[in-house]
Each structure stands twice: as structure tokens, then as C-alpha cells.
Design a binder for this molecule. Structure first.
Ligand code: KIV
Ligand code: ZN
Length: 506
């Protein structure tokens, strides 16, 4: 008999707290749909009290995604609990997740209270959450630096007040796996009513041990693991869920637990979160990195040809790596495009398919062969065009080693009127950005610019990723085109539209 370990994904809450990972409501919804396909048990959809935009995103996910539990984070105060409930009450399976610091460092310096006052706040707000909703999670923040006796008492009191999940956060990524496992064992031995709650862990990666700590906790009885796709999150991030999942899956002989996850959705989940946040996946990253299943040395290749299991402990297809590269061309029809997109895991609506098909034809005219990676780039462009306040209609640039780089652009605004303007710059990209700035007058600073080719060859699609900063918030922008100046313009428009969209709702 094996036990079930529940997976709580907090990409949309803790993940989005990462500097520069802000997502629009539509992007959060798209990630939530993918997490649903992945089969996570609980989606932590956000922190409704933190901003009106977060409230709206949580509400939309709670109202529309029906299978998983939809959790929302709340401060331990009555007003926050009430507002959190407002956001998730439409969910088929709602959960209120209350957190409150428990370590003396936080109690003294951040909360400026004493232990008794903090304990009372925890109990009062867990009970308030319980009055709305059966499913209540409580997290003593900074648990791993908390006096264990105080922690045990707080956990016991919160279970008595109605908490059904007790989450043990290693908030600052301080724990060591053996020490963390010991804490989990002590909790199970010293909290008398612990059998009435599920034990969860939430590990940060400051010392690179988030996944190891999560797994050590499962080994000694934790039955919920929290983390984020690609390990994004505050500072060095959270436990990378795809790594936790594949460790539990691949080493079932050791952990003896089951999951409700469909691992074949891992690749797509990872790529989607990377595309939306603009955080690239390092090539050597476990499970989803570009080199994760590439064998370079002769001896490894030789072994692999004789028997894959010599050097491969996971089948790449098991985590959803595309199995073949199929090439489409300008004679391919709408049906061929749709079925290839479906095989790659995309399900565009009819309207999206119409737009994609137009773009596909333009690309197929420029390039002889359209590969899977080109299609993925088109899908990313499609996603970017949602919710655009301004659209780029036309761009023309002159540059060279003799003249002054000059760009002319035409942009359509929210009221449907087009505006054309021109500017010069230090180079063609700068000229384009200056021209766009003359039309869309939003104060910002470009802090990052990178360009890479999506496919090989002289006719490759180039992808530009940029970051801009405005009023201390960071926004990512992406654009792809066979012309990298056009891709740069699209990336800038994408970042500005994201800024305007997130700025308006927040
Ligand atoms: O890291 C942490 O302690 C948290 C809590 C809010 C669960 O994210
Ligand atoms: Zn956290």
C-alpha cells in the first residue's frame, strides 16, 4: 500500500513574487489551465489582498477551473480573510491559506508583538476562515527558525481552530535535509492532534536544497509538497515541482508514494512558465533543461545505443518532450497546422487558429520549412497579442555605417486611431524604441535585451527578450520574427502592453 502525496503549485503566488515575474490576468489563467492539465491537486492562485489585479485573477481561476482545489493566500487578519473568501468562494473546491510568522526574529522585528499575541491571531483567523470554508491551510512562516516547542503549540492550537492542512515553510531556505526531516518527525510525535491534519512542506532554495528538503520531508511523512514550475519564486525560488514530481515518480521504490500528476504535461508546463515570465531554463536544468536528455560523450552514446537504460533513468517522452520534428511548408493547410499544434499540446480556439494560420502563411512564404520550434514561437506571439492596448502596424528602418539610424513606426491605440512617428537613435533598435516612445509615452528604462535564434539557418526566426523597469516594477517583453529589428519592436510593444495591462488593474 502506498500513500498519496498532494502537489500544491504556487507558481501564480510565490512564483509571481519573483522579481520581474509579474503576469497579466490572462497569462495567469493560461498557466492555471495548464496546471489543471498537469493534474496538480491544489492551485494556489494568488494573494487577493495584495492588489485588485491579484484579486481578479484569483476570482477568475476560482470561478472557472473546476477540478483542482483553488487556494488563496491570506494574512492573519479578519479583513484579509474576508476578502480572500470573496475571491475564492465561487470555486468548486475552495481553500483559504493563512500565514503568520512564528520565529522570534520575525515576531520581534516584523510583527512587533509577543508570542501570545501571535498565537491568538493565528487561532482567531483560522477559526474565521473555517466559518467560511471547510478546507483551511495554516503556515507558521519561518518555521525552520522557530522555537520548536512554540511551533508545536501553535500547530496544535490551529488544528483545534479548524486547520486541515499544516504547512511547514522553510521560508528563508535555511534547513538541511536531515535536520528538516527531524523537525517533521518531531511534529508528528509532539503535536497530539496531528492525525487530524495533512502535513505539507514549502521549501525555498537559498542554499540550493529546496527539492532535497521537500523529498526528505516526504520520506518521513509529509503528504503535501508546495513548489513552483521551474523553481521560480522569491529570491532563489521555491522547490522546482517538476523535479520533486519526477524524483517521487522515478524513485517510487524508495519513497513508496503515489501522485495524481500526469508527467507528460511537465515539458509544456515548464516551457509555458518560461515563456510568460521570460525566465530562461538553464540547459543543464534537471528534467526540463535543453541538455537534460542529450548525451554528448562517446561512451555514453555507445551505451545508449546498446540499451537506453545504461545512461537514462527517465524516458524523455514520459515528461512530454516532443518525439519528432515534423516540418510544415507553404502548401500545408489549416488542418495540417491544427493537427501539428494539437500534437505539440496546443489547443487553439477557432479564432486563434484563423490568426495563426495567417501568420503561418506569412512565415512559410519567408522560410522554406516551418519547424515545431517555429510553431512554438508563433504560439508565443499569439499569446502576446491578447489584451493589447497598442498594436504595432508598421515599421520601417534605415541604417548602415554611414547614415543616422532612423525608424518610422505606425501604432494603433486603444481608441482605434493610428499614429505614425519617426525618430533617430544610436542604432536601429534604439531608433525604433525612440519612435515607439514618441507615440506611447510611458516612462521606463530598458534593463535587459537578449536575442537568440529559435531555429538554425540563415532564415531562422529570431527571438528577442527584453525587460523594462517602470516605477520600480519590472516587465518582460518577447517578440519573434525572421527580422530581428521587427522582433525587437514586437518585444518592446509586448513589454509596454504588459506594463499598461498590469498597471491598470493593479
Ligand atoms: O515562504 C513562505 O513562508 C511562504 C508562506 C506564505 C507560506 O511563502
Ligand atoms: Zn514561500
Amino acid at each position: 500500500m502506498t500513500d498519496k502525496v498532494l502537489i500544491l503549485d504556487t507558481t501564480l503566488r510565490d512564483g509571481e513574487q519573483a522579481a520581474g515575474a509579474a503576469m497579466t490576468i490572462d497569462e495567469k489563467y493560461e498557466v492555471a489551465q495548464q496546471l489543471d492539465r498537469l493534474g496538480v491537486d491544489i492551485i494556489e492562485a494568488g494573494f487577493p489582498m495584495s492588489s485588485p489585479g491579484d484579486f481578479a485573477a484569483v476570482k477568475k481561476i476560482a470561478d472557472e477551473i473546476r477540478r483542482p482545489i483553488i487556494a488563496a493566500l491570506s494574512h492573519a487578519n479578519n479583513k484579509a480573510v474576508d476578502r480572500t473568501w470573496e475571491a475564492i468562494k465561487g470555486a468548486a473546491h475552495p481553500r483559504i491559506h493563512i500565514f503568520l510568522s512564528s520565529s522570534d526574529i520575525h515576531i520581534a522585528h516584523q510583527l512587533k508583538k509577543n508570542r501570545e499575541e501571535v498565537l491568538a491571531m493565528a487561532v482567531d483567523n483560522v477559526a474565521r476562515a473555517k466559518s467560511y470554508c471547510d478546507d483551511v491551510e495554516f503556515s507558521p512562516m519561518d518555521a525552520t527558525r522557530t522555537d520548536p516547542e512554540y511551533l508545536f503549540g501553535m500547530l496544535e492550537a490551529c488544528i483545534n481552530a479548524g486547520a486541515t492542512t499544516l504547512n511547514i515553510p522553510d521560508t528563508v531556505g535555511y534547513a538541511d535535509p536531515r535536520e528538516f526531516a527531524r523537525l517533521l518527525v518531531d511534529i508528528q510525535e509532539k503535536v497530539p492532534n496531528i492525525d487530524k491534519a495533512n502535513i505539507s512542506v514549502h521549501c525555498h532554495n537559498d542554499l540550493g536544497m529546496a527539492v532535497a528538503n521537500s523529498l526528505a520531508a516526504v520520506k518521513v511523512g509529509a503528504r503535501q509538497v508546495e513548489g513552483c514550475i521551474n523553481g521560480i519564486g522569491e529570491r532563489a525560488g521555491n522547490a522546482a515541482l517538476e523535479e520533486v514530481i519526477m524524483a517521487l515518480h522515478t524513485r517510487k521504490d524508495y519513497y513508496q508514494v503515489d501522485l495524481n500528476i500526469d508527467p507528460t504535461q511537465i515539458y509544456r508546463s515548464s516551457r509555458l512558465v518560461s515563456d510568460i515570465t521570460g525566465f530562461a531554463i538553464q540547459p543543464n536544468k534537471a528534467v526540463t533543461g535543453g541538455n537534460a536528455f542529450r548525451h554528448a560523450s562517446g561512451i555514453h552514446q555507445d551505451g545508449l545505443l546498446k540499451d537506453r537504460t545504461t545512461y537514462e533513468i527517465m524516458d524523455p517522452q514520459m515528461v512530454g518532450w516532443p518525439s519528432s520534428e515534423l516540418v510544415l511548408g507553404k502548401l500545408s493547410g489549416r488542418h495540417g497546422l491544427k493537427s501539428r499544434l494539437n500534437e505539440l499540446g496546443y489547443e487553439p480556439s477557432d479564432a486563434e487558429l484563423n490568426r495563426l494560420f495567417e501568420e503561418f502563411k506569412v512565415l512559410a512564404d519567408k522560410k522554406r520549412e516551418v519547424t515545431d520550434r517555429d510553431l512554438e514561437a508563433l504560439m508565443k506571439d499569439q499569446r502576446r497579442s491578447f489584451d493589447e492596448t497598442f498594436t504595432l502596424d508598421q515599421i520601417q528602418v534605415t541604417c548602415g555605417d554611414q547614415g543616422i539610424p532612423t525608424a518610422t513606426i505606425t501604432v494603433t491605440g486603444p481608441d482605434g486611431t493610428s499614429k505614425t512617428d519617426a525618430a533617430t537613435g544610436t542604432g536601429p533598435v534604439d531608433a525604433v524604441y525612440q519612435a515607439i516612445n514618441r507615440v506611447i509615452n510611458v516612462d521606463n528604462e530598458l534593463t535587459e535585451f537578449s536575442v537568440k535564434s529559435v531555429t538554425e539557418g540563415i532564415d531562422a526566426v529570431g527571438e528577442v527578450v527584453i525587460r523594462i523597469v517602470s516605477e520600480e516594477a519590472e516587465y518582460v517583453g518577447r517578440g519573434a520574427d525572421t527580422d530581428i529589428i521587427v522582433a525587437s519592436a514586437k518585444a518592446y510593444m509586448n513589454a509596454l502592453n504588459r506594463l499598461l495591462s498590469i498597471g491598470v488593474v493593479n
